[in-house]
Ligand binder design. Sequence first.
Ligand code: ADP
Ligand code: ZN
Ligand code: ZN
Length: 666
Amino acid sequence: MYADVILPIPFDAFTYSIPRDMETVVKKGSRVVVPFGKKKIYTGVVLRVHEDAPADVLVKDIHEVLDAVPTVSDRQIAFWQWMADYYLCTVGDVYNAAMPAGMKATEKKETSRRRKKVATVQAEGVKNTLNAAQQRAFEQINDSFREKDITLFHGVTSSGKTEVYIHLIDKYIQEGKQVLYLLPEIALTTQITERLRNVFGDKLGVYHSKFADGVRVEIYSRLLSDKPYGLILGARSSVFLPFRNLGLVIVDEEHETSYKQQDPAPRYHARSAAIMLARQYGAKTLLGTATPSLETFHHAQNGRYGYVPLMQRYNDMQLPDIELVDIKRLRHQKRMNGAFSPVLVDAIKEALSRHEQVILFQNRRGYSPFIECRTCGWVPRCEHCDVSLTYHKGTGMLTCHYCGHTYALPPRCPNCEEADFSTVGIGTERVEDQIKELFPEASTLRLDLDTARTRAAYERIINDFASHESDILIGTQMVSKGLDFDNVSVVGVLDADTMLNQPDFRSYERTFHVLSQVAGRAGRKKHKGRVVLQTRSVDSDIITQVVGNDYLSMFQAQMEERRIFRYPPFFRLIYVYLRHKDNRVLDSLSQTMASMLREVFGDRILGPDSPPVGRVQSLFIRKIVIKIENGASVSKVRSVLCAVKQQMLHLPSSNGLNIHYDVDPV
Ligand code: ADP
Ligand code: ZN
Ligand code: ZN
């Protein structure tokens, strides 16, 4: 007897022979310990048990079986295979991402013995606190699920979507079903965990990749036990958990592009994966957001998904007014105070005088995006990547935001030897500096990758701001995401243009999402909020649509562009990335690959091109774009792409070449 075994390495499966005494215990889904290569030992998962001896290789024995009963269910294995297939990676990649390291260890460990005492929280249960509009939405969602498996819950910011989710979760748990509640960022679980813990007590499990491995193993094991969780709140990796009778998946903030895993493989979109997971269990999927992704809204319009709107704020608070400020003109008239227009300064002043709080959004961290020699124009760049370095005043260093490398600020320009640099552009650190000058009496907090490196640091900032220990919160996109503060009356967007000008077909849609979301942080509880939106592009359609809170116009205009230029949701995109340390070798290899692809796909192939940042961590990069009609045979495309990649990697000149596919890039 033989077993095909999935190992935690980027390959599909390897065949091992099953020793006689293990024949009755080795089953599909069993974890087994196997030798690999000359010295390695891995824990793998049995994909298939069969009797076909491989002809040409020496087959090694399985060393040990770790489970009396298979740990990995048929459903999970089918899910892994779907993911590897769809996202063009190996099932080994998926296995590696799917299980905590402790489950892949080569020795049996008693993981549950050291269970730490968790303070028990008295679950209060659900109280029927929904207002009339929420109650209607709750009922409409249930109705919609009678006909459709997937429903879009389109609720404006602060409409009270979370409260509706809580009622739905309760309903499914009462029916003996499990619920998965997905959030795009680990950071967001902080505010929601407490709310859910109060209602569901120890029925709730929280799971994400930033937890210590032991904690993840414990959550995983409890799901396999006879007292599994009823509700899992988690970031994208929780789609891999061993559910038993999943009834509902909630994908909150479904428009968020951070649902897509960028690196390493599997480069999956957790929204698509969640839909697939739910389908396997016959469960329902609820996609919740104030600003649906074009893909999702498209399906709600064509009837594939159900649609439930909730267009008023809880407590009937009005949505904030958005005031547009033309910073190009103000700069020209020399009326800007650093990054601040007179209108924004007044708005902040007024909020502070009423003891209300302010959120300021600037989509760049650090002090200034780059520095420049005033004499000769020299700009310091990263040695390993094709980008200029960001100046961080706090550390006094120049930092590469692509590879993380830091450099000392040179005392003199290496080009002309003058010692006169200017800091160009404005990051969050500099905004904070300017606020301290303008409002010395106000206390500030900064929320960006530099201040919130750890989950604990993030939580401290959020909690301090929520308890009004600070007046002004300055941050990057991190401040826009689903946060719920009672006392914020003013939101300032310092510069909407950096987002708008990104060379990407999604940049307009993304700008709309981010600006609408950040505006939605204002005036949630007490009285109507005020948003000051500073931009150089006052006439841009996207800005007009944000100001008018006009999702539909944004949707229609963007869909028209996507149709004309053959982008999703009308076409399916696959990016091919090639990396190599030698630019000329890469040039010729990427040309070769593009011609191979063109032979099959013709003008559906674009490139190769160098992406805007053409070298990262000393590797040059080329990108080939594949645009495929919806409805084309996906499996055929897949087999061609896999074959072409193999052919490329077998070329004599391909030594050191790295190729990966990114399916449905965001
Ligand atoms: P959304 O997720 O739609 O932006 P939230 O669910 O965070 O909105 O709700 C916004 C605020 O209104 C929260 O502070 C929440 O506690 C409050 N809220 C919403 N619904 C209710 C309700 N039925 N009873 C009491 N408070 C509610
Ligand atoms: Zn110089
Ligand atoms: Zn770098």
